[in-house]
Design a binder for this molecule. Structure first.
Ligand code: NAI
Length: 357
């Protein structure tokens, strides 16, 4: 029986890189019936919304999706499809591995970090009070009345929301992930010295949850200290679990450490479904030109196969990626060309990878 997987090709380079991942999965001998669900900018014109209900219905049914990047118009137009998908499916944990492969412009060898980002709360909860609005005025007055803090009224306010429930489920997820993937240590990242009520709660919950996992090491670090250490000795880190905003920033930092967005895979997990997508965006500057590096999406497919329990196929694909990158006979335009190598397009790079399987 083939697996049923929802496929969101996405915008820009999305269709090119997801096609590459589909080809590799098929070549690895895994049969998938793809339920293709166009989503994003092109769909918005035709169907009046970039995220029609049929997309969510499909993912709720198949419980697993491979997704290409979707363009979000800046300033005007529809809101982020990515945020809407994560919210609608309650995909509370984002997993972003950052591993250095030989032959890539990684700043360090031997990096193998997994960033686990809380995906639903923090300043992303959407509790916003605009500069100059009457509600913001009342909020300022309320704060002044109930605290000893004097506020001026020329402010915009974004509320940072961290819940016990939201923290507990993502931290528990991090420890379960560590256990399943033979990882040794989880570090909770915060700024609890300053934000005692929100990050302080996250840290307190992390300590409580850690007590239930005596087989996994645990530590905590203040986020600025983590950033300094990451750029000095990233090989010292294993699994990191972070509230939403720090997770967003730190996962781009770790992607940069291992050679850039073209190599960074990702996954989002919820209770009812999991959605797999590369970290990068739709790259309109190179879309439709057979220039995109499909590695991030192919490594995303590796995460998807592991989720389906197809560990052997996942390992074969990851080994082929490692070989092709190390060998350097073919590289995509975002990677440095080596003296013996050629710069090739998405399709030829994928062909080389399939030949290595
Ligand atoms: P981007 O990631 O699309 O591009 C940044 C730079 O990296 C560009 O120069 C691009 O050519 C390059 N790049 C990205 N992926 C690459 C790949 N696989 N191979 C080679 N080069 C690659 O980020 P940008 O330009 O900020 O965003 C473009 C659009 O994508 C926006 O509409 C944004 O909202 C959306 N986006 C969507 C995401 C998603 O669907 N999960 C995530 C991030 C951005």
């Amino acid at each position: 029986m083939p697996y049923e997987v929802t496929l969101i090709p996405g915008d820009g380079i999305g269709p090119e890189v997801t096609r590459a991942a589909q080809r590799v999965i098929e070549a690895a001998g895994i049969a998938v019936r793809w339920e293709e669900q166009p989503t994003g900018a092109a769909v918005a014109e035709r169907e009046g919304t970039p995220l029609p209900d049929r997309v969510l219905d499909s993912i709720r049914r198949t419980k697993v999706a491979l997704k290409g990047p979707v363009t979000t118009p800046v300033g005007t137009g529809f809101r982020s499809v990515n945020v809407a998908l994560r919210k609608a499916l309650d995909l509370y944990a984002a997993v972003r591995p950052a591993k250095s492969y030989p032959g890539t412009p990684a700043r360090f060898g031997h990096v193998d970090i997994v960033v686990i980002r809380e995906n639903t709360e923090d300043v992303y909860a959407g509790i916003e009070f605009d500069y100059g609005s009457p509600v913001t005025g009342s909020l300022v007055q309320w704060v002044e009345r109930n605290t000893n803090i004097d506020l001026s009224d020329d402010v915009g306010v974004s509320i940072k929301l961290i819940s016990r429930h939201g923290s507990e489920r993502v931290i528990r997820f991090a420890f379960e992930y560590a256990r399943r993937n033979h990882r040794r240590r989880v570090v909770a990242v915060h700024k609890a010295n300053i934000m005692k009520s929100s990050d302080g709660l996250f840290l307190q919950v992390a300590r409580e949850v850690a007590a239930h996992y005596p087989d996994i090491g645990f530590g905590d670090l203040i986020v600025d200290n983590l950033c300094a250490q990451l750029v000095q000795r990233p090989e010292a880190f294993d699994v990191l679990v972070l509230p939403n905003l720090y997770g967003d920033i730190v996962s781009d930092l770790t992607a940069g450490l291992v050679g850039g967005l073209g190599l960074a895979p990702g996954a989002n997990f919820g209770v009812e479904a999991a959605m797999f997508e590369p970290v990068h965006g739709s790259a309109p500057d190179i879309a439709g030109q057979d220039k995109a590096n499909p590695t991030a999406t192919i490594l995303t497919a590796v995460l998807l196969l592991r989720h389906l329990g197809e560990d052997a196929a996942a390992a074969r694909i990851e080994r082929a990626v490692t070989e092709v990158l190390r060998d350097g006979a073919v590289v995509t335009g975002d990677l440095p060309r080596r003296p013996h190598g050629r710069t090739v397009g998405t399709i030829e790079f994928t062909d080389a990878l399939i030949a290595e399987l």
